[in-house]
Design a binder for this molecule. Sequence first.
Ligand SMILES: *Cc1c(COP(=O)(O)O)cnc(C)c1O
Length: 348
Amino acid sequence: MIADHHFAVDLRSDTVTRPTAQMRIAMAHAEVGDDVNDGDPTVQRLQHRVATLLGKEAALYFPSGTMANLTALLLHTRPGTEVLIDVNGHAVHWDMAGSAALAGIAYRLVTPSGLVANAIDVKRAMRPHDHYGIRASLVWLENTHNAAGGVITSLGELRALHNLAREAGLPTHLDGARLWNASIATGVSLADFSACADTVMVSFSKGLGAPVGAALVGSAADMSLADEIRKRLGGGMRQSGIIAAGALYGLEHHMERLEDDHAAARVFANIVNGVGGARVVAPDTNIVMIDLPVPVADDVVTACEKLGVKVSAWTPSRVRAVTHLDAPAHLVERAAACVAVALLASQS
Ligand SMILES: *Cc1c(COP(=O)(O)O)cnc(C)c1O
């Protein structure tokens, strides 16, 4: 009944979306130039649009969020210093240790008292000023927080974190790969969130459905330095207006619909929560984390796949499902029923 041969939905990540027909048309018709040489007009339009949306002086287009985040590290820190970051931060686990290998920094891992580290948690992790402790160079924030389950840090909390950093004389970087989702879910403007950090990374290839790219935003002076760092890292891209056009299209057409992903995630969570003892982190946005009573995430993933649903094993006892543009609500609901079947099968 549930598994028919035509049913397949991929909820491993919101990065799996493919450009829509309309987005491909926009890309095919993009006006382009040599961005490393004298600028690509479509990239410049994208950068201007993103800087305006986020209320910063300048923006720079990047091949990936990982490179934009690394650039922020290289911009704000010096080797031998430490960066205060939530222990579950995306950059801690998924940047291939670029922070250590390429920026020469240490992470000062902050243990969150709730789902995501707050200002009190970060303050607790700050070392006293003396000649023995490692010098801090940056406070790193993430909103929405991926590993916590797409969790939103409220504007009030973000301001408290920013104030704490400022009082300690530290700059702040916000990993906002899914800041769009936080803004749509709360109604807080991107610019208000963005004002809580010196630099912000936003991704186009997640919920907005573009094929490639991210942006770093900040002051004109910082983005001028970031431009040099990007080139040093091999991130100069010539006629990149082709892909930037996809990002622009996503910004214009796929932002408001993120609310659909959030609604689908809530429906999914309600169906799965409690089945076979599984506990779901109530989703703020489009990420659903399913905690299993026993470490059989791989079995659950395999069982789901047989039923036509792809999800990922986040940890041995946690399964992640992410809603997105290519997973319409009715398929997400069917997928949830399959996951429920898999949860029961994997734990019996
Ligand atoms: C995806 C993601 C990144 C990295 O972006 P890529 O474009 O995949 O390199 C960084 N931070 C968070 C929170 C992410 O979800």
